[in-house]
Design a protein around this ligand. Structure first.
Ligand code: MSP
Length: 524
């Protein structure tokens, strides 16, 4: 449809290629994919970016440990992330790798711009650094463990570092940042993360070391090739590289910058909500509209991560539940923004209750009755009773408004709660109206009820597409909805189910998960 509502740019963090992707990485990407798909279906021109972060000491060390060159190492692991995006049905418009030439050019251009603006000076750095986090820490942020080692709040071990370095004048941006947070209350979400960032900045910002000389796996500093850029200034630039930076007149840059949402995990909020806006202000560029930091998937309370060694592979999940149910579970189970402990038991319960028994059963029993009792064609719309109109109003008129509002503030779980309420209402309606009983005593009313159900399933199928794209497609195919009538603009009476359209024998779209199987196959 041509009712373009404007542009929408959403990004995932770019993932370190030190190992294979796990459930935590998949979570961020799926969340962004749902928003990207939702906005496209809602009439926006969308740019959705994901990719890989391939430079820095951590990647260099991982390559050394495997005895391969960093480039070979990153080529191999970047492919893992690309393949997973494909398997998870991710609709990204671009995939950026920081080892690409377009990116090196952009990172160097941003550096030069900062330098021209008097934001960079050369000095020497001495202080603590955690390779695992690729982050500098102040002494008072650290604890000392029994071996006398300095430990960052993330649990990463720190090492003392002393080297010549370029610095970014971050301290000069303390006041402008605080003012920006105040003037833009929705810039950092959720509120708890915003409070954390504000208090960090109020605690005082020190200038930031932005180059390294101890190794050379990075983007070279323009005009001083002994230095490579600190991996975070390199990585953050990816968000504008993909739009054509340094050409700020590039079509994509003009259309999509500033970004609508940078989605990140809470572990990297400081880089996105402090350093990135400071770099942008210092380079005279507009700031993104929102940084949303979600919580972690944990296992028995501990963050799922390679270094802890407690990761769940997304492939295990897909094998057990399928892609759609895995996507649904991730976003339904935990309020977005909070941490969530992963449990097989809960996954099976949720998927069976809400997909197999909820939407799946609603569609299967309604379409089966139509196929059997209406000669395999949709009945015509009959006279609507108050109950019929109430259900249609809830599902066709109200549902999208709720989902839109919740997703605009990244409340995936709330959007899905409204969706579930709508499915429950339809299942309640079918039980109350009991079309199987009407078959004998009042066939015209049975047909009217089945029509209402078919129309509601159409609207539910359209609304749930961003979350479970393949299952929704299968359902809409069974309803014979033309491919060009599947946007949210079609959730109106004008595009309602038409009587007389022939349907095939329906097939279930959400298989029930057998609990014992899920347990037997429990992931390591
Ligand atoms: N390379 C940096 C990001 C640079 S963005 C300019 C990085 N990479 S990462 O691979 O370590 O993590 C990226 C993201 O993965 C996290 O911010 C978070 O979104 C996601 N997650 C990693 N582990 C996670 C969980 N256990 N749970 C949920 N999400 C997690 O940081």
């Amino acid at each position: 449809m041509s009712d373009n509502k404007g542009s929408y740019y959403i990004t995932t963090p770019i993932y370190y290629v030190n190992d294979k992707p796990h459930l935590g990485h998949t979570y961020t990407t799926v969340a962004c994919d749902v928003l990207a798909r939702f906005k496209r279906l809602d009439g926006f021109d969308v740019m959705f970016l994901t990719g890989t972060d391939e430079h820095g000491q951590k990647i260099k060390q991982a390559a050394d440990a495997k005895g391969v060159s960093p480039q070979e190492h990153t080529d191999f692991f970047a492919k893992n992330f690309l393949d997973l995006a494909d398997v998870m049905n991710i609709s990204n418009d671009d995939f950026i790798r920081t080892t690409e030439e377009r990116h090196k050019k952009a990172a160097q251009a941003l550096w030069s711009k900062l330098q021209d603006n008097g934001q960079i000076y050369k000095d020497s750095y001495s202080g603590w650094y955690a390779v695992r986090d690729e982050a500098y820490y102040a002494e008072d942020e650290l604890t000392t463990n029994e071996d006398g080692k300095k430990i960052a709040p993330s649990g990463a071990e720190c090492e003392w570092m002393e080297e010549e370095s370029y610095f970014f004048k971050l301290s000069a941006w303390e006041e402008p940042l605080l003012k920006y947070y105040e003037d833009h209350p929705d810039f950092i979400m959720p509120q708890s993360r915003k409070n954390e960032v504000v208090s960090f900045v109020k605690g005082g910002l020190r200038d930031l070391s932005i180059s390294r000389t101890a190794f050379d796996w990075g983007v070279k500093v323009p005009s001083d090739e002994k230095h490579v850029m600190y991996v975070w200034i390199d990585a953050l630039t990816n968000y504008i590289t993909a739009l054509g930076y340094p050409d700020i007149n590039a079509e994509k840059f003009k259309e999509f910058w500033p970004a609508d949402v940078h989605m990140v995990g809470k572990d990297i909020i400081r880089f996105h909500a402090v350093y990135w806006p400071a770099f942008l202000m210092a380079a005279d560029l507009p700031l993104p509209k929102r940084i949303f930091a979600h919580g972690w998937w944990t296992i028995e309370g501990e963050k799922m991560s390679k270094s802890v060694g407690n990761v769940i592979s997304p492939y295990d999940l897909i094998e057990k539940y399928g892609v759609d149910a895995s996507r649904y579970f991730m976003l339904r189970e935990v309020p977005f923004g909070n941490d969530g402990d992963f449990s097989e038991e809960q996954a099976v319960t949720r998927i069976n209750a809400e997909l197999a028994n909820g939407l799946g059963n609603l569609a299967q029993r309604s379409l089966s009755m139509i196929h059997k009792n209406c000669e395999g064609v949709f009945p015509e719309q009959g006279a609507l009773t108050a109950e019929d109109s109430a259900l249609i109003a809830l599902i066709r008129d109200d549902l999208m408004g709720h989902m839109r509002r919740e997703l605009d503030v990244q409340k995936f779980h709330e959007a899905l709660r409204y969706f579930k309420m709508a499915v429950d209402a339809a299942n309640g309606y079918i039980d109350e109206q009991a079309p199987w009983a009407l078959k004998k005593n009042d066939p015209p009313r049975m047909q009217a009820v089945l029509y209402v159900l078919a129309e509601c399933i159409r609207c539910l199928g359209l609304a749930i597409q961003p979350f479970v794209p393949s299952a929704a497609e299968k359902l809409l195919d069974q309803l014979k909805i033309p491919a060009d009538q599947r946007s949210f603009a079609h959730i109106t009476a004008d595009y309602a189910i038409k009587g007389g359209v022939e349907i095939d024998k329906p097939e279930g779209v959400f298989p029930r998960i057998e609990r014992s199987e899920a347990k037997e196959g429990q992931a390591a």
